[in-house]
Design a protein around this ligand. Structure first.
Ligand code: HEC
Length: 136
C-alpha cells in the first residue's frame, strides 16, 4: 500500500516541522524548589527498570508541550529538558517542579499523578540525550 506509506511519511514530516525544539529556553529564576524538596533522593534510583514506565508517562502527559525527544517547543516556551541548565538540577528539584508546575509560564502541576509516577518521570528525564546549552 504505497499510498498509505506516503501519507504516513507526510504526517511524520509535518509533525517534525511543527515541533521545532526550544534550545533557547531561559529558566525562570523565581521558580525554585525549597532546599528540603531539592535534597530529596529518588526512591527509584536503584530500580532502573522503572524508567520504562516513566517513558510511557512522558508520552501520555508531556510530549504535547516538550516534544517526543524532550527538546521543548519554542511556540509554547516549554523547556528543552535535555539542556544542562535543566539536567544539572537535583532529582528532588525536578520532582518538585513536576509536582508544582509553574502555572504563570505554562507548566501545569502534576500533583494528581501518584508520587512514584512522578519519580519515574524524573528517572526518564535523566535518559534524554544531553545537548549543550544555547549560547546567548
Ligand atoms: C501545557 C504544556 C506543558 C505540559 C503538558 C508539560 N510541561 Fe513541563 N514545562 C512547560 C513549560 C512552558 C515550562 C517552562 C516553565 C518556565 O518557563 O518556568 C516547563 C518546564 C518544565 C520543567 C522545568 C525545566 C527547568 O527549567 O528546570 C520540567 C522538569 C518539566 N517541565 C517537566 C515536565 C514533565 C515531566 C511533564 C509531563 C508530566 C511536563 N513537563 C508537561 C510546559 C508543559
Amino acid at each position: 500500500m504505497p499510498g498509505r506509506m506516503l501519507i504516513a511519511m507526510l504526517v511524520i514530516a509535518f509533525l517534525k516541522s511543527a515541533s521545532c525544539q526550544n534550545t533557547s529556553y531561559q529558566q525562570d529564576p523565581g521558580w525554585r524548589a525549597p532546599a528540603g524538596a531539592a535534597a530529596r533522593a529518588n526512591p527509584l534510583a536503584s530500580r532502573p527498570e522503572a524508567v520504562a514506565g516513566g517513558e510511557k508517562l512522558f508520552r501520555r502527559n508531556c510530549v504535547e508541550c516538550h516534544g517526543e525527544n524532550g527538546a521543548g517547543i519554542a511556540k509554547k516556551n516549554s523547556a528543552d529538558l535535555r539542556l544542562s541548565i535543566v539536567q544539572q538540577q537535583s532529582d528532588g528539584t525536578l520532582f518538585w517542579k513536576i509536582t508544582n508546575g509553574n502555572a504563570d509560564r505554562g507548566m501545569p502541576s502534576f500533583s494528581r499523578l501518584p508520587e512514584l509516577q512522578r519519580w519515574q518521570l524524573v528517572l526518564y528525564l535523566r535518559k534524554l540525550k544531553a545537548v549543550p546549552d544555547a549560547r546567548p
